[in-house]
Write a protein that binds this ligand. Structure first.
Ligand SMILES: CC(C)(COP(=O)(O)OP(=O)(O)OC[C@H]1O[C@@H](n2cnc3c(N)ncnc32)[C@H](O)[C@@H]1OP(=O)(O)O)[C@@H](O)C(=O)NCCC(=O)NCCS
Length: 257
């Protein structure tokens, strides 16, 4: 394995892999060999080749990425799941935290030391994602704010909300058991995002920090991090082909902060 990478306490590393760039049979066979029996069985159950490919690359991405930070062979990682399905490293000294997200052609993995982290990526060109989804699932405040925007800005803001909301529920590890209506995002000046909660959700807005990133013209990503003290974090993004190589990735722009 290559040398161990440093993940500073105030850094979040985001690894991204474009699925259509990973076609080499030799590499795909090496990815298969990294999976455990359970993963392999699940992989074989996917009916569509594109889902099988996504699953395989995701397993290779998480296993090889963790091995960049801790001296352990990619094959040796073991995972557990919480009752809502969130995967975590199954280790006594489990200080490294991660979260995964996929969308058409892209898989991302966010890593940080010790903190609750959630990541989400969405393809803004998706045809089936319209702001009617917001009317049904978002909070009343978000729906009002969204509809007050000029029409040409609504679709982009819809994806801001969507990725942020998903990143938050994933950082909490609870998925959709946290109703999306019961918390709201607010876009403030200086590209800052804040969260507020309905009384039904027991959480503290000040414990959270969020980032919204325009990775490419097509892909928007959000990161949610639970941290008590306001501490500036640096986001470092790497584009990777697992077991082949990685490069620093210059995304278009951080939308926040
Ligand atoms: C399962 C859920 C956590 C994420 O689902 P998703 O957005 O379809 O999928 P993503 O690609 O972003 O994330 C999937 C990954 O999150 C991780 N994950 C699964 N359950 C999780 C949980 N409870 N908490 C955090 N992460 C979880 C897994 O690593 C999973 O990938 P894997 O199965 O390859 O390991 C949940 O939020 C969900 O079902 N969302 C539905 C999306 C939706 O309809 N949103 C409405 C519009 S806002």
């Amino acid at each position: 394995m290559s040398k161990i990478l440093n993940l500073a306490p105030n850094e979040i590393h985001l690894w991204i892999a474009f699925l259509d760039e990973i076609k080499s049979q030799e590499l795909l066979i090496s990815y298969e060999q990294l999976m455990n029996t359970e993963e392999r069985a699940k992989w074989l159950r996917f009916r569509f080749a594109k889902h099988r490919h996504q699953y395989l690359v995701t397993r290779a991405l998480i296993r090889t990425t963790l091995s960049h930070y801790i001296n352990k062979s990619p094959k040796k990682w073991q995972f557990s799941k919480n009752k809502y399905g969130r995967p975590e490293i199954l280790q006594a000294n489990n200080r490294l935290r991660f979260n995964l997200s996929h969308t058409d052609n892209l898989v991302i993995c966010g890593l940080v030391w010790e903190k609750d982290i959630g990541v989400d990526v969405e393809n803004q060109a998706r045809q089936n994602a319209t702001i009617e989804i917001a009317d049904r699932f978002f909070s009343q405040q978000e729906v009002t704010d969204l509809h007050q925007l000029p029409e040409q800005l609504q679709q982009s803001r819809f994806f801001d909300y969507w990725t942020l909301k998903e990143a938050y529920i994933k950082a909490r590890g609870m998925g959709l058991s946290l109703p999306l209506k019961y918390f709201s995002f607010h876009f403030l000046e200086q590209r800052t995002v804040k969260i507020s909660f309905h009384a039904n959700i027991k959480d503290e807005p000040n414990q959270w920090q969020f980032w919204l990133l325009q990775l490419t013209k097509q892909y928007k990503a959000a990161i949610a991090l639970r941290q008590d003290i306001e501490q500036p974090y640096q986001i470092i993004i790497k584009k990777v082909v697992p077991l082949f190589g990685e490069t620093d990735f210059n995304y278009i722009t951080p939308l926040t902060p």
